[in-house]
Design a protein around this ligand. Structure first.
Ligand code: GLY
Length: 417
């Protein structure tokens, strides 16, 4: 099977690594790729948001399966263009991708599906902002109702900070979504979805704030671990039955069936799971940890989803033990990151690339905010953590930073539901 993966970044590198372990995958290609993907796939300099460009590449490679990683091409309909041209494509069409592309659409689908989520209000007029803020908080949750790659959310007890984020979004013409704050530990549950068929992967937990002990601004995610020792298996079943299946069924009912990866971000509160957000793609950095424990062939699972045969896929099998991924971020991230610095140790075992490139001299350099994800796998969370942090010690990137507490609260029994 010749597979083309669209999109660079940590989760795409993890997808490529997973695909490279599947014996049915004979060729691996990626667009545009990064310094890390170049060692396991052929990188192609194609603009991933251009349907014409991606289609031309899929034709040139005679791809058997195209996997679209990021939300922007999905929301823009790149999967529709590929499917219309006859390519087996992993990723939803533009209309179903609105589950991530528009928070207001997601709320509407959840209301129709009877799924618990935060109370919310859309504000699109700056004159109405202050009155709306008064109806929420503290804590305020302010979301950019456009694509923000998991980065357009501000959660704060400071009304002025909430107001300033909302005003910035409104200024650039994006409506904002104000939400009531959902309490309880967060879970990321990724599900393969093909119409009404839902196959969950193992649950993971992201760490969204930039600093240890959940301090500082929100980021795209600074690290993750899986599985979650504090989450009973029945809760995963409950999330699938009460959240993901009803949403998948509602999308089918609307004539926009979902095909690809539906990512439910949830808070597990006193009344059970409630949805914080849906994404239409694999999450970053949870994917790097989750796929590290997948025993079943990844290419076959993605292909079954893409070809509408997910219901026939044998149950997924998982390694025992735990996986931890720690993000190494560039100086100043989540602000404008410093880039162009040479990275020492970027080729090490368990080092997944996100914002990296190869410079004119052939050196691996930083090229984005989240530069690397460093993986640890072990018999339990303690071993996996220890391996990830040992590997980080061998990496040198001037000005870089990482959290030192990924998975710590779970390990020390501080999380309960
Ligand atoms: N884990 C956050 C995201 O992928 O959006």
């Amino acid at each position: 099977m010749r597979v083309l993966v669209i999109g660079s970044g940590g989760r795409e590198h993890a997808l490529l690594l997973g695909l490279s372990r599947d014996p049915s995958v004979t060729e691996l290609h990626v667009a545009p790729g990064n310094a890390g993907t170049a060692s396991i796939a052929t990188n192609h300099a194609v603009d991933v948001v251009s349907s014409d460009g991606v289609l031309a590449l899929a034709r040139q490679l005679d791809a058997d399966l195209v996997v679209i990683g990021p939300e922007v091409p999905l929301v823009l309909g790149v999967a529709d263009a590929l499917r219309d041209a006859g390519f087996a494509t992993f990723g939803p069409g533009a209309r179903a991708a609105q589950i991530e592309g528009s928070k207001a659409f997601a709320k509407d689908v959840m209301a129709a599906a009877g799924v618990r989520t935060a109370h919310s209000e859309v504000v699109d007029n700056p004159a109405k902002l202050d009155a709306a803020l008064d109806r929420f908080g503290p804590t305020w949750v302010v979301k950019d109702d456009g694509l923000a790659a998991g980065k357009g959310v501000v959660v704060t007890t400071d009304r002025a900070a909430a107001r300033s984020h909302a005003a910035e979004c409104l200024e650039i013409g994006h409506p904002v979504l104000l939400e009531s704050f959902l309490d309880g530990p967060e879970v990321s549950l990724f599900c393969l979805v093909d119409g009404e068929t839902v196959v969950p992967l193992i649950p993971a937990q992201d760490h969204k704030r930039v600093g240890d002990n959940d301090t500082g601004p929100n980021t795209g995610g600074m690290g993750a671990y899986t599985p979650l020792p504090w989450l009973p298996d029945e809760m995963t079943t409950q999330i699938v039955d009460d959240v993901v299946k009803p949403v998948a069924a509602e999308l089918v009912r609307r004539g926009t069936p979902f095909s690809g990866l539906l990512y439910a971000g949830l808070a597990i509160g006193n009344d059970g799971p409630a949805v914080v957000e849906f994404n239409c793609r694999f999450g970053d950095p949870e994917t790097q940890a989750v796929l590290a424990l997948l025993k079943s062939p990844l290419g076959q699972a993605l292909n079954a989803t893409a070809t509408g045969t997910l219901a026939d896929l044998p149950p997924l099998e998982w390694e025992d033990g735990a996986a931890v991924i720690v993000v190494v971020a560039a100086e100043n991230y989540p602000g404008k990151p410093r880039t162009g610095d040479v990275i020492i140790g970027a080729g090490g075992e368990g080092v997944l690339h996100a914002g990296t490139a190869i410079d004119a001299s052939g050196a691996v350099v930083s090229a984005g905010g989240r530069v690397l994800g460093v993986l640890g796998v072990g018999a339990d969370l303690a071993e996996a953590r220890a391996q990830a942090y040992e590997r980080i010690d061998a990496i040198k990137l001037p000005g870089s930073h990482h959290r030192t507490d990924i998975g710590r609260a779970a390990l020390e029994g501080e999380i309960s539901i």
